[in-house]
Design a protein around this ligand. Sequence first.
Ligand code: ADP
Length: 164
Amino acid sequence: MKRAIYPGSFDPVTLGHLDIIKRAAGLFDEVIIGILVNPGKNPWFTMEERMEMLRCTTKEIPNIEIASFEGLLVDFCRMRKIDGIIRGVRGGTDFDYELPMAQINQQLYAKTETVFLAANPAYSFISSSAVKELAVFGGDYTSMLPPEIAARMKYKENQMSKNR
Ligand code: ADP
């Protein structure tokens, strides 16, 4: 049984993330979507909201588990006996960031291999941060998100603008 983790912030989950999730689920017996608790980041969506959004967009994929984790990714990999870390690569900037991370993780815990999946060109311009930036300035982000997530994003956008 081969198990992978796809770690990220998923704030919110985009069509790009979903494409990687589906492809990873075809490669591994089980894929854990690992939502990172990152004290350095200020997410728009709470952990519970992000988990719920991932549950709702992946409900048709049987071999998916959704979990949160904090601390070192390799410690989680060791604990859960994870064979592969899935990362999506949209371009050179992602790769420059991802390669040393993968090499550090290899040094720390060689039993887990990092697996890079090339972004689908239809989605390679999409990022959660672009979605949020568009939301702040009133731009249309709906083509970047699964429809049920676009609706939640609209709600959050209104909440955030009330608080500004
Ligand atoms: P983002 O970079 O969108 O804020 P995350 O930090 O949650 O998202 O990224 C988690 C992983 O998903 C990373 O490996 C990232 O490169 C990948 N990823 C993010 N957006 C896309 C996309 N549009 N296509 C492919 N992979 C992506």
